[in-house]
Design a protein around this ligand. Structure first.
Ligand SMILES: [Zn+2]
Ligand SMILES: [Zn+2]
Length: 448
């Protein structure tokens, strides 16, 4: 039979520690749920008191009285105080529970005040859901863990979990706020040691698509190599190679609208500085750190971004998204299909038949593409297999060809044209037997 073992553990606890109802009940929290730790603790104390009284009356007077005295003193259990008095033993109960007292109060008695402070702190934040977090005072947490180990209390709840749950409950009761365990908008964090209430606002993720309508803008801010952003003679004191970037045009207005502290710009791949991004645009996600608002007016935001960018870039389809979507945007970048238009310069003379042959042989080809010379400083040197889905070539004049390329994401199209000294094969240069060079390139579609 297991129940006496449970009661023996409870009697042992009351013998050794000043312990309140809640803290006693917490040691058995996962037994008979749909109750509270407070009532579990009270019920255990009442059962112990009844057993001890029975002992006292049935010939185990000394042992029975000893248990009643522990229950009165350590257990702070008033029925036991009364019984002891009746049996001629005046017992003063202790003032504080050893398992939850911090300063003059129980940490649980301190909760209503923390609730008030959390409400004030949270006033500057817009949120729909919240979660409570906390750090306990070390000595209390350690004592609780030590007791649970020593008594083998396998169905106990931790002090922190009990505290967080109570704080969360009082907050949602008072404010009608909704708890969300997986993705709360904010975490109300209580640092017990330093008695500090903090609001930790989780990031907001905003999805959209951008078009780049002029050449010469890098996707992300490009710091001057020489001064690393500090400003030097080489960069005219600006600290950067290019005055603007797509990520800043898009992210800064979003950060301002959400009143965040920082932004991170993520896109499904990137085009070179001199390449346009046309068609339906390239998908991106902007991550805003510590936002104070979470529901921007996307129509207004779209207009703000587009007007601040002076027609250089354009965004559309802005909407809220999740971290999960951001991850799939990143991982699927090489699985997407992209379309390009290229203006190609051809050195030698090429017949219409040769051009037709090259078109047919490149369509459906698998490229072996070694990391191009021009990016080898930032990407590891390896050979990637890339799929070419479609190539169309139209002769404009003796040395100029208009090219259309539909390829797997991550393909270097400039090198598919030039061959990059044999590092990309097959290539247009290889097929035509004369040097080809991409003069102008536009991305016309990113399918995802
Ligand atoms: Zn306690
Ligand atoms: Zn510089």
């Amino acid at each position: 039979m297991r129940s006496p073992q449970l009661l023996e553990k409870a009697i042992g606890l009351v013998e050794q520690f000043a312990i309140c109802n809640r803290c006693l009940g917490r040691q058995f929290a996962w037994l008979s749920t749909n109750s509270t730790n407070e009532s579990r603790g009270y019920s255990l104390k009442l059962a112990i008191s009844m057993i001890a009284d029975q002992m006292y009356k049935m010939g185990e007077k000394e042992r029975g009285l000893a248990i009643l005295q522990d229950l009165a003193r350590n257990g702070m259990f008033s029925p036991a105080v009364t019984l002891c008095k009746k049996y001629g033993s005046d017992i003063e109960h202790k003032e504080r529970c050893q398992l939850c007292a911090h300063g003059d109060l129980s940490i649980f008695e301190g909760i209503p005040l923390i609730v008030e402070r959390a409400i004030i702190e949270s006033k500057g934040y817009e949120f729909d859901t919240f979660l409570v977090g906390s750090s306990m005072v070390k000595s209390l947490e350690e004592l609780n863990e030590e007791i649970q180990g020593k008594f083998g209390l396998v169905h106990a709840e931790t002090l922190k979990s009990d505290f967080n749950r109570e704080l969360g409950k009082q907050l949602s009761d008072k404010m009608d706020w909704t708890v969300n365990f997986e993705r709360p908008d904010i975490v109300i964090f209580y640092d017990m040691k330093n008695d500090r209430v903090e609001i930790r606002s989780n990031p907001v993720f905003i999805y959209g698509r951008y078009c780049k309508l002029v050449r010469g803008i890098p996707q992300s801010r490009w710091d001057c190599k020489i001064c690393k952003g500090k400003g030097c003679g080489e960069c005219g004191g600006t600290g950067r190679n290019y005055p603007d970037s797509i990520s800043e045009y898009i992210s800064i207005p979003i950060q301002e609208a959400l009143k965040g502290t920082r932004f991170k710009f993520h896109a499904a791949g990137r085009e070179d500085v001199d390449v346009l991004m046309l068609g339906n645009g390239r998908p991106f996600v902007v991550e805003i750190t510590k936002p104070r608002t979470r529901h921007p007016d996307f129509e207004v935001l779209t207009r703000t971004i587009n007007s601040h960018a002076h027609g250089k870039i354009k965004v559309h389809s802005l909407e809220l998204t999740t971290r999960k979507k951001l991850q799939s945007l990143k991982t699927s970048a090489s699985e997407t299909v992209k379309e390009y238009r290229a203006l190609i310069h051809i050195s030698g003379e090429v017949s219409a038949v040769t051009l037709q042959e090259a078109m047919e042989r490149l369509t459906g080809a698998t490229l072996d593409q070694r990391t191009p010379h021009r990016v080898s400083h930032r990407r590891s040197d390896l050979v990637r297999k890339k799929q070419v889905f479609e190539v169309r070539l139209v002769k404009k004049d003796a040395h100029t060809v208009d090219g259309f390329f539909k390829v797997q994401g991550g393909t270097y199209v400039k090198e598919l044209i030039s061959g990059d000294d044999g590092r990309t094969s097959p290539s247009l240069t290889e097929m035509l037997g004369t040097e080809c060079k991409c003069v102008e390139l536009n991305v016309t579609a990113v399918h995802s």
